[in-house]
Design a protein around this ligand. Structure first.
Ligand code: SF4
Ligand code: MG
Length: 323
């Protein structure tokens, strides 16, 4: 099969009035077709920047280096037109806020038709049946009537499902979902997530799911990348990481999940502040909050040590494991 997406040594730096901000710092990962990768960490750790860089939608003041290969092709050297084409059909996104992502002036049917029309050679009848098929796939009741609805006639959860239908109607190879459920209430969150898992199952779409909700990550992802201060501090198989976290930051995240009740799966605070990306401490950026910090930790940033089969952790505790 091979990887559908291969990211190597990715760096994203923003030029700002306060000086350079290193938002993504040497990230490596690959994703197989149909695989779901969870990207996890507190706000401000570079998750959204990473996601946005993959589709080349970062603002002008961003400098991106490294390599992003999609189906073997380098994305960082593609033209704007080539990227638009890819974003229309191959690599699509579902974002946090469904309220602003639909055009209020057009019906669901118009908007789905527009996606299909711009990006495929389907004829009118085919587009209509594909639109209905997609609405059924995302569990929209009465899809025929729904085609005539305007965004304001739908709830937030319904809109997010329609947006998911739009994003996946051309069977993309890769779906980037950045906190797709954060703005929705808990029961709707559950439906959207089950939907993402279904889509992977029925369309074979690989998914990068950015979230700070660890409960969600454990239920639907295959692999996880834990980010801290723009770096991938731990990567590996989801179940292996949840049962045996190797990085002190991952341990702190897992310890912060409330153990009782179904409502509070959201992260609660970990002691200490996330570091300022414009002013990172030397060495390991987690050192000021790390209960296991040693004297050498503030001198040099740890490389990615292998901590198990296809697992890495960037932490000096694992020095001696092959880097
Ligand atoms: Fe803690 Fe040191 Fe590991 Fe950083 S490198 S997480 S400070 S033990
Ligand atoms: Mg974000």
């Amino acid at each position: 099969a091979g990887a559908i997406l291969e990211v190597r040594d990715l760096h994203v730096r923003f030029r700002t009035r306060r000086g350079p901000v290193q938002a993504v710092d040497g990230v490596n990962f690959s994703l197989a077709a149909g695989e779901i990768l969870g990207v996890v960490g507190e706000s401000g750790c570079g998750k959204s920047t990473l996601c946005t860089s993959l589709v080349r939608l970062l603002p002008e003041n961003a400098e991106v280096t490294g390599s992003i290969r999609y189906r073997g092709e380098e994305l960082l050297t593609k033209s704007g037109a080539e990227m638009r084409e890819l974003r229309g059909r191959e690599i699509t996104m579902v974002l946090q806020n469904p309220m602003t992502a639909m055009d209020p002036l057009f019906t669901v049917g118009n908007q789905l038709d527009e996606v299909l029309r711009h990006n495929s050679s389907m004829r009118g009848e085919e587009r209509r049946s594909r639109a209905l098929e997609m609405l059924r796939l995302v569990h929209i009741p009465s899809p025929v009537e729904r085609l005539r609805s305007y965004p304001h006639q739908m709830s937030g959860g319904m809109k997010q499902r329609v947006l998911t239908a739009m994003a996946t109607s051309l069977s993309p190879g890769l779906l980037l979902a950045d906190e797709p459920t954060t703005a929705l209430d808990v029961t709707i969150q559950e439906q959207i997530l089950r939907l993402l898992a279904d889509i992977r199952g029925s369309l074979g779409t690989a998914i990068v799911l950015v979230t700070h909700d660890l409960g969600v990550v454990r239920r639907i992802t295959d692999r996880v990348m834990i980010m801290y201060a723009g770096r991938a501090v731990e990567t590996g198989d989801t179940e292996a990481i949840f049962t045996d976290p190797k990085h002190p930051y991952t341990r702190a995240l897992l310890a912060s999940i409330p153990r009782i009740g179904h409502t509070g799966r959201r992260l609660t605070a970990i002691d200490g502040q996330i570091p300022d990306l414009a002013d990172l401490p030397p060495g390991c950026a987690f050192a000021p909050r790390c209960p296991s910090a040693m004297s050498g930790c503030t001198t040099a940033f740890p490389p990615a040590f292998n901590t198990g089969p296809e697992r890495t952790a960037r932490c000096w505790l694992h020095e001696g494991s092959p880097a």
